[in-house]
Design a protein around this ligand. Structure first.
Ligand code: FE2
Length: 431
């Protein structure tokens, strides 16, 4: 600060030749600078900082009217961030600059006193404020680039801006320019982040729509599996949320779960219609949908990382009885355990050619019986949480088709207690 002050005051004549009024003005400028320092580094709202800066400028330059502008290079536009003293000044005031205005303002080495013949050299009259209001203009620059401008209106008694006022203005303008640039950079950054987020959101929307259409095509083989993959996606997302996943991860899990049965496209349609149990060859073909699906998705760079493992392993079971790789317990990633349970729950509660569908309560009871040997009890507990929310009507969108729901909150609590018992039993019987 001291160095800056020294350089700022380097043009000041020796003290003995200063007149009383000059000395007072220099003191005023010094005062303005000392006020501005803490203000510029404080965590204030920018409008408040702008007001303090403009007040300091007006005091130092003896102006009754003043406005502070920031410059948007992309739109070539000066926009007021604060104005004081003008009777008629729109908020914000905007002044579009033509290339020649931008050039002359950038080339100016300090404040310029404006008159009727120079207004048009520096400012255009295309904005919502008349340049004639301004008697003095000081471009704000950082490293030779225009960041804004200070415009002064009338002084007390309509006096002209003299050299001492211009000197004070020039000295202050360096600090103001930096403050404006910091603010503009912050705003640009915030704007870019929000634009990127919007873009990502629209991409997600696009992917979701495309994926839902594609998912419907996976389940087209037979009427009994229509909607299966979409429901598994929805159940997986709900389970993920009930397990504390953040909304983005849960949405990503839904997208991945949509594709879990993609390998079914290679399975003979006849197998879905068969009213009896599949023979050995048919069963092998059916279970190969995991490996075929994995081959398909491994060729593609999806924006959801868990897709290959979900496609390959969603028929793996904790006790190693699943396929295709016979994984055990924690070898099966959590996202896969969620989709595995969601898929079984949907299969149990849907009609099949060889059996009737189970009610929601019966399906949950059967899953409890199979936990923890086949299914992860924490995942099942999360599904119970969501079913209970359906029962008491607190889910924004119901998880289950209302025609399926046959449980009260008390029933679900009973199922949760059964699950707890089941896990306890299993822990005590494990050596
Ligand atoms: Fe499957």
């Amino acid at each position: 600060m001291l160095t800056l002050l020294r350089s700022g005051f380097s043009h000041v004549p020796p003290r003995e030749v200063l007149q009383g009024t000059d000395f007072k003005k220099i003191l005023k400028t010094f005062e303005a600078l000392t006020d501005l320092g803490p203000e510029l580094t404080a965590d204030h709202d920018f409008r408040q900082t702008a007001r303090t800066m403009l007040t300091a400028i007006m005091e130092a330059a003896g102006a009754r009217e003043a406005a502070l502008f920031s410059f948007d290079e992309r739109r070539s536009l000066l926009t007021s961030v604060d104005a004081q003293g003008f009777a008629l000044m729109p908020d914000p005031s905007v002044i579009p600059l033509l290339p020649r205005h931008q050039h002359t303002l950038t080339a100016a080495s300090g404040p310029i006193v404006l008159n009727s013949s120079t207004h048009d050299v520096f400012l255009s009259s295309n904005g919502n404020v008349a340049p004639e209001l301004f008697k003095c203009l000081c471009p704000l620059k950082v490293r030779g680039k225009l960041t804004g401008a200070i415009a002064l209106g009338r002084r007390a008694g309509d006096a002209l801006y003299e050299e001492d006022a211009l000197d004070a203005l020039k000295m202050l303008s360096h600090y103001i320019a930096l403050a404006i640039q910091n603010h503009t950079l912050g705003q640009t950054l915030a704007q870019r982040v929000s634009e990127n987020l919007r873009l990502v959101a629209s991409l997600h929307g696009f992917y979701d729509n495309a994926l839902e259409a594609f998912t419907t095509a996976i389940d087209v083989k037979h009427v009994n599996i229509h909607g299966h993959s979409l429901r598994v996606g929805r159940y997986s997302q709900a389970i993920g949320e009930a397990m504390g996943m953040n909304p983005n991860d849960a949405a990503s899990l839904r997208s991945a779960a949509y594709l879990h049965d993609i390998g079914m496209v290679a399975v003979d349609r006849r197998l879905f219609e068969k009213p009896s149990e599949l023979d050995q060859n048919e069963y092998r073909e059916m279970r190969d949908h995991t490996v075929v699906g994995h081959q398909i998705v491994s060729q593609v760079q999806f924006p959801w990382p868990q897709i290959p493992e979900i496609v390959r392993w969603h028929h793996e079971r904790a006790d190693g009885s699943g396929y295709p790789d016979g994984l055990h317990g924690d070898e099966i990633p959590q996202a896969v355990r969620i989709v595995a349970l969601a898929e079984t729950f949907d299969a149990m509660t849907s009609e099949r050619a060889y059996r009737d569908r189970l009610s929601v309560g019966a399906a949950l009871q059967e899953l409890i019986r199979l936990a923890p040997q086949k299914y992860d009890p924490e995942v099942l507990h999360a599904l119970l949480i969501q079913v209970r929310r359906d029962a008491i009507g607190t889910n924004r969108l119901p998880l289950l088709d209302p025609t399926m729901m046959n449980l009260s909150a008390v029933d679900v609590d009973q199922l949760a207690s059964n699950l707890q018992q089941r896990v306890k039993q299993s822990n005590s019987s494990t050596p």
